[in-house]
Design a binder for this molecule. Structure first.
Ligand SMILES: Nc1nc2c(ncn2[C@@H]2O[C@H](COP(=O)(O)OP(=O)(O)OP(=O)(O)O)[C@@H](O)[C@H]2O)c(=O)[nH]1
Ligand SMILES: [Mg+2]
Length: 325
């Protein structure tokens, strides 16, 4: 199961209380106050684990709390700090405060850590409160409560190339042909219901990640079809490949529909590097029948067939050029 949106509750640890204590020792008259401070409460920390690919773990555990700090003790002993709660998430995770809608963390690099809820400070013991006029203070501070938050955790996949197309354009077939990914392929619209990733090997040492996302239809930004929720996964891609079915009655209109939906979701998507691929050309009996796309800017156009393999090399080379590898 692929999961890209979860709400969780986190609670950082409470600080330990300070201590009231006096030094009592043989031959040490009026030893004075020696109550130690409480320990700090544990933080709640997010950490990127590159081996994770979905937020599924957070679905099964929604409450996270860090340990509380221990209280201070006599002999000026400081309480132990609380244990931190570490939440592991895949790269590409964004954490927002559900109440204020403010982004708290953007986690992209493996191993990256971010404290999202601070543990409470420990209270000071009575050793801190001695003054010249009050040498036997019987006061101490209580530990402060840790931060408590409701967090919206969102995953935006980190990919290099995103496939965009109307349903049945052949996105999943292309991904299956180029990589080891095995998305479901069938001759009906909306076969793909969740994003799929595949690694496309280029030469011996190079590769790029390609994402197949569910098909878009006109009005998707208003919720038609599967909506545009999945488009967030291509917000971070470098190159978009627009797949247009050569059997379509008007490929230029298809392209405009796709661009309009992307623009309605996030206008920045239209500024990305683009490649147009006319798919399923093995179905054409003559090359002349191949539809011509009209675009006003210079976008490379490839003609491919994921079944016969024709034109795939050209497409991959075009992607290499756009990725500047
Ligand atoms: N002949 C031929 N058929 C193709 C080619 N690519 C895809 N198809 C067929 O087109 C149909 C749809 O392909 P999919 O890859 O599932 O299309 P999709 O774009 O992923 O569709 P959705 O997931 O529904 O958005 C399947 O029946 C494929 O076998 C191609 O290059 N040539
Ligand atoms: Mg598909």
């Amino acid at each position: 199961m692929f999961l890209d949106e979860v709400t969780i509750f986190v609670k950082a640890g409470r600080g330990g209380d300070g201590c009231v204590s006096f030094r009592r020792e043989k031959h040490v008259p009026r030893g004075g106050p020696d109550g130690g401070d409480g320990g700090r409460g544990g933080h709640v920390i997010f950490e990127v684990n590159p081996h994770l690919h979905t937020l599924l773990d957070l679905r099964y555990k929604q409450y996270y709390s860090a340990g509380r700090g221990s209280h201070g003790m006599g002999k000026k002993m400081h309480g132990r700090n609380g244990d931190d709660a570490v939440i592991c998430v895949p790269p590409g995770t964004t954490v927002t405060d559900a109440e204020s809608d403010k982004t708290i963390a953007e986690l992209t690099k493996p191993g990256q850590r971010k404290i999202v809820a601070l543990g409470g400070k420990g209270g000071r013991g009575n050793a801190h409160f001695a003054t010249s006029t009050n040498r036997t203070p019987r006061v101490c501070e209580e530990g402060v409560a840790g931060q408590e938050l409701t967090l919206q955790v969102e995953l935006k996949l980190m990919t290099d190339v995103g496939l965009v197309g109307l349903p049945n354009a052949g996105k999943s077939t292309l991904l299956a042909r180029l990589s080891a990914a095995r998305p479901k392929i069938a001759d009906y619209p909306f076969t793909t219901l969740q994003p799929h990733l595949g690694i496309v090997r280029r030469g011996e040492y190079q590769s790029f990640v390609m994402a197949d996302i569910p098909g878009l239809i006109e009005g998707a930004h208003k919720g038609r079809g599967l909506g545009t929720r999945f488009l967030r996964h291509i917000e971070r891609t470098e190159v978009l490949v627009f797949l247009l079915d050569c059997a379509s009655s008007d490929v230029t209109r298809d392209l405009k529909t796709l661009q309009k939906e992307l623009g309605c979701f996030n206008p920045k998507l239209l500024k990305k590097k683009r490649i147009i691929a006319i798919t399923k050309i093995d179905l054409l009996t003559e090359r002349e029948q191949c539809p011509v796309v009209e675009t006003n800017d210079r976008v490379p156009v490839c003609h491919i067939s994921s079944v016969s393999g024709e034109g795939l090399d050209t497409l991959l080379k075009a992607i290499d050029v756009q990725l500047e590898r």
